[in-house]
Design a protein around this ligand. Sequence first.
Ligand code: AVI
Length: 323
Amino acid sequence: MNVHAPALAKAHRLDDQASAFASDVIEGLSQPPKRLSPKYFYDAAGSELFEQITVLPEYYPTRTELGILRQRAGEIAAIIPGGAALVEFGAGATTKVRLLLDQCRFGAYVPVDISGDFLKAQADALRRDFSTLNVHPVTADFTTPFALPEAVRDLPKVGFFPGSTLGNFEPHEASAFLRSAREILGHGAQMVIGVDLEKDDRVLYDAYNDAAGVTARFNLNVLVRINRELGGNFDISGFIHRAIYNRERHRIEMHLIAKKAQTVRVLGRSFSFHPGESIHTESSYKYSLDRFTALARGSGWTVRQSWTDAAGMFSVHVLVASD
Ligand code: AVI
């Protein structure tokens, strides 16, 4: 066997990721209105800024979901089959999955993420703390089909998709993701999923316009990343963060707004901005329990049980794959 094969495969994967970033940025900045995918927020600096967001006083989703999981982990454990493989879509902080691992007897844990570095750190930490747990990380883009490790083939499957990351998908993408997860996990699977709920406009506005300006730095960091990785020349001080709640479309929209007329070069292309022009960088959809139930039902899943916090801010659901 060619001993360099794994390293080469990894290099190709990195090249693939870099060229997808390049083509998505060129395409997104060429559109009217200009847009960038929120998946590009999460380089090392963006991931660190996101961790800071999760503990901001205004950003209620993380601590509210943790509260629900802490309170309901025993009930969740009673519903899901013992010895199942827990497949987490996305890797990051391990706080939430630890609540499930503490309460439920899983046969294996399969974290899936495009960033091999995050996966490795996450897997190493969990192996240390749950010495009998079989951890099988999979490096893949979890929004596209991927194969589960052979070692978990015969175990019942439970998906885990916390954090309301589903909300960052357009509704048709959210449906496609749920369908794809249903295919990957297979017949009889269940899924534990966290979904942020519609609420008072002011609470939503504040959660994405924190007083300390961390969300603004998180948003602007995507321009820093374009400058560094794609040789762009964005003047970061020429843009400001704006987040608004679009109630008609049930979504927070994050934008970067050009303060003045300017032309930016990225990968040899020029992009002109007029004063006040926006780059739409993220949508964060908020669901009602009814709209989420309908989305799940139309995407191959039945809602088995739902919990919210006392104030009805956030929801956690156990879904069962429909036959
Ligand atoms: C990861 N995702 C669910 C976050 C959200 O609330 O939509 C990302 C985020 N954007 C700004 N603040 C947090």
